[in-house]
Design a binder for this molecule. Structure first.
Ligand code: BGC
Length: 769
């Protein structure tokens, strides 16, 4: 690996020409071959001794003689990931621990995404870095993907729009955003070598579509390719993906970077238009030098990539020598994460249990209640938050009493469990999810005593995941002890005439169908960052009226979704293996027969992912896509549609018909005509919007729009986006299952030809209606 200390020294004497925004071609001409081969490689990760920004993902090569500064990058979608402490420095450098992406997407609020992006872009800038490796927006193909909490949705439009506004926020601070992982990175098992095999239609309609929206809305300066392959080619080595689709078809003009240590040949990546390889390796430098000299790596390709890197460099804070202050407004950002974190919590059920009565005496059950989870593991989270507001603290801040005898019992239990699980102390850094405390099995009379002494029970169920490993079916289901706890607590509280509320402090859906009727309220809080306890308390108390909606379906049982059939859910020894690099690399691959769902994964469900499957095939679910309750009720009135020169404009009044103030999300699904014959999903999300806070009786007129061209489906045979002419239904909805108003309009047919690239090399057994 190229080490940071030697990265960017002067190779020759100072040159006349110094980099400016308008002389990039001249600078490229001045560069030596060595300098070019260095510039396209990163400078190692920021984990060495005395690096400028310890604990960050890396930097780019500096060439002082040409006025090319080093620029600095860091993860993540959840906030700037950087060590809070530095050797020989008395200050600290804490960053805001923002919410997981799944929590942010659950707000269905583009402005909220913008604000979070802006906060992260600002911290990146004020701590002296240039480039944040976020957002991640791979499609949630399956509930068990280990990185779902880093992603936005099972729907590409929701993913792409939230990502696009988040990117705008980052870049309005002058910080570079990076949409990743481009594309088809839907599982972590064997992530470096897995081949995602899919139809061109699924690729275009689902796995690329979100990125296309994010490029269109956010105009990101950079894109990161993924570890996996698509239809036989590594994404960082596939010219069709980066040059043909991303640049030629979508008009992307920025820089493409590889995921860290992805790909096998640096030369092939360069030719493919993967401009920069991170974090950079010596073997890659040698390969590029040799291949450039022999002509195997055309100089025109290398120069093109170098030019794109310099186009990025001239936009950075480092290039303009921005005088950063090391003092971003952490207080303001904490207020943002508290507010938006609560807005992204989803009320799944409420039988008069919520909001809690003020000053109630609350019994907190479940180990997670006492070790609340603010985010995921791996590079998707910040390294260390300055603090995490616990649930106990949040409830107390909101004026509740937390029942002490139970608190003391759990405190002792959680401490003992930590010792049992980690006899040598918690590992300082872990890519893999940490084991969590098992639940206490209580005696019935103890639970009854607690019920007698308290007003309400809150049970928290926790699940944590992160990159390099997928979840197992065991983790999707509730463990026996958890189920027992829910049954026992509900029984005792109901006998005492009191309510039970469950908080799902989870990274991705869990099984709910078998136990949800036992309890009186369920809030899916996801993992909302450093203010998690306050955000939870705000929702429980009614200070914030829940307005979050699910960005992913909660299936009844694992196995129900079409993609469950080809996801690595039954590889039980996977947890014990270093899955990140398992069987990766050509040599290792040659040693065994390719295994389904590990070496390759067939996306046989085709376009029927998430609600597209459940709705089209009439399969019941526990909680549908787009679902979420409120403490008030809303009505949709006076809905209308108008065709304005190829753009459909839908208007409706949203009226708060209940007793308390609140916000409402309006979802617009479109159903194409004869969709059965054409084998299309019965409905697809085409737009959404969110009202401001409406007082009881108050109304707001909302406007939703869809371009005619965006109603297209992808026809693989014709290599074209095709809009079938006919009468379409425009459905205003409060989930994919609950349609509140239906409008119809005649749509003109159209066909947009694109390139016939990235086709599958094997015959897939594609699902059809
Ligand atoms: C992750 C990326 C991340 C990179 C740099 C990789 O392991 O997949 O999301 O940006 O590391 O830290």
């Amino acid at each position: 690996m190229v080490v940071a200390a030697t990265c960017g020294h002067n190779l020759t004497a100072s040159a006349q020409v110094k980099l400016q925004a308008n002389n990039i071609d001249e600078v490229v001409k001045e560069m030596t071959l060595e300098e070019k081969c260095h510039l396209v490689l990163g400078c190692g990760m920021g984990y060495g001794v005395d690096v400028k920004f310890p604990g960050t993902a890396g930097s780019t090569y500096a060439i002082p003689r040409l006025g090319i500064p080093a620029t600095y990058c860091a993860d993540s979608n959840q906030g700037l990931r950087m060590s809070a402490h530095r050797d020989f420095d008395s200050r600290d450098f804490y960053c805001t621990d923002y919410m997981t992406s799944i929590n942010l997407a659950s707000t269905w609020d583009k402005k909220a995404a913008y604000r979070i992006g802006q906060g992260i872009g600002n911290e990146t800038k004020e701590y002296g870095l240039d480039w944040i490796l976020a957002p991640s927006l791979n499609l949630m193909r399956n509930a068990l993907c280990g990185r779902n909490h880093e992603y936005y949705s099972e729907d590409p439009y929701l993913s792409g729009t939230i990502a696009g506004y988040y990117v705008r926020g980052i870049q309005d601070e002058g910080t570079a955003a990076c949409i990743k992982h481009f594309a088809g990175n839907s599982q972590e098992t064997n992530r470096n070598a897995n081949d995602s095999r899919m139809s061109q239609r699924a690729l275009r309609e689902l796995y690329l579509r979100g990125f296309e929206w994010a490029v269109r809305i956010g105009n990101p300066w950079t894109v990161m390719t993924a570890y996996n392959s698509i239809n036989g080619k590594a994404t960082c080595e596939d010219k069709a993906l980066t040059e043909t689709i991303l640049r030629k078809e979508w008009g992307f003009e920025g820089m493409v970077v590889s995921d860290w240590n992805a790909g096998t040949s640096a030369t092939v990546s360069m030719i493919a238009g993967n401009d920069m390889l991170q974090p950079g390796q010596d073997r890659q430098f040698k390969e590029l030098m040799a291949d450039a000299q022999s002509g195997k790596l055309p100089m025109a390709d290398l120069n093109r990539n170098v030019k794109r890197i310099l186009q990025y460099v001239v936009k950075t804070h480092s290039f303009s020598d921005y005088q950063y202050n090391n003092e971003p407004n952490l207080k303001k950002h904490a207020a943002d994460v508290r507010e938006i974190g609560a807005e992204g919590m989803v009320l799944l059920d409420n039988k008069n249990a919520l909001p809690l009565k003020s000053k109630a005496n609350v019994a907190l059950f479940g180990s997670t209640s006492y070790e609340i989870i603010p985010g995921g593991t791996g590079f998707g989270g910040t390294m260390v938050g300055r603090y995490t507001v616990s649930l106990v603290e949040g409830l107390r801040n909101a004026g509740y009493q937390v029942y002490k005898p139970l608190l003391n019992q759990y405190k002792a239990h959680v401490t003992a469990e930590q010792k049992r699980l980690y006899p040598n102390g918690l590992p300082p850094f872990s890519l893999r999810p940490l084991n969590r405390a098992e639940e206490i099995v209580m005696k019935a009379e103890d639970v009854e005593k607690t019920a007698a002494n308290t007003d309400v029970a809150i049970i928290t169920i926790g699940r944590k995941s992160g990159e390099a490993a997928d979840r197992t079916v065991d983790e999707f289901n509730l463990y026996d002890k958890e189920k027992k706890m829910i049954a026992q607590v509900s029984d005792a509280y109901h006998k005492a005439g009191k309510k039970v509320v469950v908080l799902l402090n989870v990274c991705s859906p869990v099984e709910t169908a078998s136990w949800k009727n036992l309890v009186d309220g369920i809030v899916c809080t996801w993992q909302s960052g450093e203010q998690v306890g306050n955000s939870m308390a705000d929702v429980l108390s009614g200070k914030v009226n829940p307005s979050g909606r699910l960005p992913i379906t909660f299936e009844n049982a694992y196995g129900d979704a079409a993609s469950d059939k080809t996801f690595p859910s039954d590889i039980m020894d996977m947890k014990d293996l270093a899955t990140m690099y398992m069987w990766g690399g050509d040599k290792a691959k040659a040693k065994h027969e390719p295994k389904a769902n590990i070496d390759y994964t067939d996306y046989n469900e085709d376009v029927y992912v998430g609600y597209r499957y459940f709705d089209s095939f009439g399969k019941p679910v526990s909680y549908p896509f787009g679902y979420g309750k409120s403490y008030t009720t809303f009505a949709i009135q006076n809905a209308s549609i108008e065709n304005q020169n190829g753009k459909f404009v839908i208007k409706a009044d949203v009226v708060n018909t209940g007793d308390v103030a609140g916000r409402n999300v309006v979802e617009l699904f479109v159903a194409a005509p004869d969709s059965k014959k054409l084998n299309k999903p019965v409905r697809e999300l085409r737009d959404y919007t969110k009202t401001g806070i409406l007082k009881p009786g108050e109304s707001e007129t909302v406007t939703l729009t869809v371009e005619n061209a965006d109603l297209a489906s992808f026809n693989s045979k014709a290599s074209a986006w095709v809009v079938d002419a006919g009468k379409y239904e425009f459905q205003l909805a409060s989930s994919s299952e609950k349609i509140d108003a239906v409008l119809t309009a005649k749509v003109k047919g159209m066909k947009i030809k694109v390139n016939n690239v990235m086709s599958p090399k094997v015959k897939l057994n594609l699902l059809k209606r």
